[in-house]
Ligand binder design. Structure first.
Ligand code: IMP
Length: 426
């Protein structure tokens, strides 16, 4: 198999960075196809920890072509700072390609992200405040600036004039300071100049790579439950992290996509607001949060934690056509007497096995659980599935049974080496 999509099948933060890095050792190309610097992909190797936000996870390997594709929203200032940060830590030999069609996150997008949230009062989405939603809005309203515009002086001036005419009206209405053309124009032209060596038509590059049968890994950000189309709307992000997002977000023909690997935690987490039927609180939540270091990579917020939700997981696997699963942070669950798995929801006295589309219904859903015995042993040094405690194996087999999907990788710690590989898939 040559083209694999790595998809988060929960509410993001599943450990996609580690898996992309792990599988990416064999990739020719690693591609980010949606989202922006709202993502936080953590990679740990050789005693070093890196938190990537918009740069693809293959950046550490000089042989890998890293692509920031057209479906992304890119904050040029943040992306350049991220690159500088990597260079200062010795990551200097890399290949990076930035799509000329990717959307630019402008300062007014971040201002508006904050203003919209404030206006929502108690109904805040809890966005990362990186301007993601407003940048995607402008793209679809056709007043967005694209990365390629930043290296075309006259055209950029025209686009920025047009965008500012609308955006300044909006900022004024919201009681915010308006922005002047000249300083913004100069600043973003300078970013364009710095990004120029990386900017190209990445759709051509990707289709050529696919024709050569190169190994391409697509690195989804966030997770299916945060998908604008299929997630817990409106508490979602503004792009589609599903495998279906790949052709649109890259310009690579759908026929080239071979398989999708779903990444899930051994439990569930969510940052930001929105329904979370299996959410836990108290001592158990604290135990999982501390063992799993469940604090946001981007915002530092404590993540909400809960039991594994099979209804949501099945929904995500169905929508993304998940072929295999990788279970992350498995070591976190050691030491628990018993572990529950949500297998269905109870909605208004009836049992259902699907995720309702409306928020009001989802908020009324109560989890229906099965309980499985836990295991005491730490598993961080286990490298072979058969050596896991029997109850740990039973838990994993139950996930396979309930999702009808084979688990090919079990992660037992943050380091690249702390990985149980059951099957080669890439
Ligand atoms: P936005 O993507 O910043 O607009 O935020 C929308 C929702 O998606 C919020 O609940 C965020 O917390 C969530 N979100 C965005 N990016 C990530 C991520 O990488 N991991 C987990 N949650 C995310």
């Amino acid at each position: 198999m040559s083209r694999l999509v790595v998809v988060g099948v929960q509410w993001g933060d599943e450990g996609k960075g580690k898996m992309t890095d792990f599988l990416g050792q064999k990739a020719d190309v690693v591609v980010r196809y949606q989202g922006g610097n709202n993502a936080g992909h953590t990679i740990t190797f050789g005693g070093n920890k890196y938190a990537l936000q918009s740069i693809p996870s293959g950046i550490f390997n000089p042989h890998i072509k890293n692509v920031m594709a057209n479906g992304m929203v890119i904050n040029p200032k943040a992306a350049l700072a991220e690159l500088e940060g990597l260079k200062s830590r010795g990551v200097t030999d890399f290949q990076l390609f930035v799509s000329d069609r990717a959307a630019v996150i402008m300062p007014y997008h971040m201002m508006l992200d904050g203003a919209y949230e404030t206006a929502k009062g108690g109904k805040k989405i809890g966005t990362t405040q990186k301007g993601i939603g407003p940048a995607y809005c402008d793209k679809y309203s056709r007043i967005g600036i694209r990365i390629g515009d930043l290296i075309d002086k006259d055209y950029f001036a025209e686009r920025l004039h047009d965008a500012l005419a609308v955006k300044n009206m909006e900022l004024k209405m919201l009681g915010m300071e308006t922005l002047e053309f000249e300083p913004l124009y100069k600043e973003y032209l300078a970013y364009g100049e710095q990004l120029k060596p990386y900017i190209c038509d990445t759709a051509i590059l990707l289709n050529e790579e696919a024709e050569k049968d190169s190994k391409i890994l697509f690195e989804g950000a966030q997770g299916v439950m945060l998908c604008i189309e299929n997630g817990t709307y409106p508490f979602v992000t503004s792009s589609s992290p599903t495998a279906a997002g790949v052709p649109i977000g890259t310009g690579l023909a759908p026929r080239y996509i071979d398989k999708a690997l779903g990444i899930c935690k051994a439990y569930t987490t969510r940052v930001g607001a929105g329904p979370f039927p299996t959410e836990l609180d108290g001592e158990l939540a604290h135990y999982i949060r501390e063992r799993g270091h469940e604090y946001g990579t981007v915002t530092g917020r404590p993540r909400r934690v809960g039991y594994l939700d099979m209804v949501a997981l099945r929904h995500a696997c169905r929508i993304s056509g998940i072929n295999y699963l990788s279970v992350m942070l498995f070591d976190v669950l050691s030491g628990l007497e018993a572990i529950k798995i949500c297998t269905a929801y109870e909605l208004d006295g009836k049992q259902i096995d699907y995720v309702p589309s409306t928020l009001s219904k989802l908020e009324r859903c109560k989890p229906v659980y099965i309980e499985m015995p836990g295991w005491k042993e730490e598993v961080t040094s286990v490298r072979n599935f058969e050596e896991l405690p029997q109850n740990a194996k039973n838990y994993l087999h139950k996930i396979e049974e309930l999702t009808k999907t084979e688990i090919v990788v079990v992660s037992v710690g943050p380091d690249r080496t702390q990985t149980i590989r059951r099957k080669e898939i890439f």
